[in-house]
Design a protein around this ligand. Sequence first.
Ligand SMILES: Nc1ncnc2c1ncn2[C@@H]1O[C@H](COP(=O)(O)OP(=O)(O)O)[C@@H](O)[C@H]1O
Ligand SMILES: [Mg+2]
Length: 231
Amino acid sequence: MTDPAILIEGLRFAWKGHAPVLDVPSFRLARGERLFLRGPSGSGKSTLLGVIAGVLEADAGKVSVLGQDLAALSSSARDRMRADHLGVIFQMFNLVPYLSVVGNVTLPLKFSAARRKAVGGNADAEARRLLGRLGLTDDAMLDRRVSDLSVGQQQRVAAARALIGAPEIVIADEPTSALDTDARDRFIALLSEEAARTGAALLFVSHDASLARLFDRAVDLAEINRAGAIT
Ligand SMILES: Nc1ncnc2c1ncn2[C@@H]1O[C@H](COP(=O)(O)OP(=O)(O)O)[C@@H](O)[C@H]1O
Ligand SMILES: [Mg+2]
């Protein structure tokens, strides 16, 4: 039996002192599936990703990642779960400015024996290979500080960092908002291709409904979330 990548049942979440943001009866992401989740700004997309990543704790309900109920894990086990099985691309990328391009990409390997093992001996070579597949092929660039790169280039670095060591789930939180349409579509195609190659499930979140066509399946957060339905 293979557990889905993500399974949510009866999830509720409210920020302290505020009305509920999430009331999600059920949501499922299959292994290897590439799903687009759309919702307007402020609708709870990043909050949902935080709950899935185990950074935020649900008030009620069950959130399982690869068959593991997050609430049943200690906080250190949750941290390990995240480091081993989740690659995350943040909206602002969250790269480490003083590290090189390659240094940023290999960072997740420092926190995960499982991902080190998946890469095998040569972490730098794997980082360069991934960066090349994502379109960063200029060798001189890869040893530069990441803060010297353009936004489009930094985005590829963030994607390579999420993919390295073949985590089962890759989560992307509006990573394309700073790009023009062509660059955006190309980036998503490459990200999607790499996720397919490693068999990773991809959960890609954005307010931009026009991106839906680039994915296996698209879901509107409003379809699965009963909180905030009446505005
Ligand atoms: N750290 C926080 N503390 C309190 N409220 C928050 C916090 N982060 C987000 N919110 C609120 O939760 C709601 C959903 O926000 P968010 O998940 O960031 O939406 P999205 O990612 O879809 O733009 C918003 O009303 C926002 O103001
Ligand atoms: Mg957000």
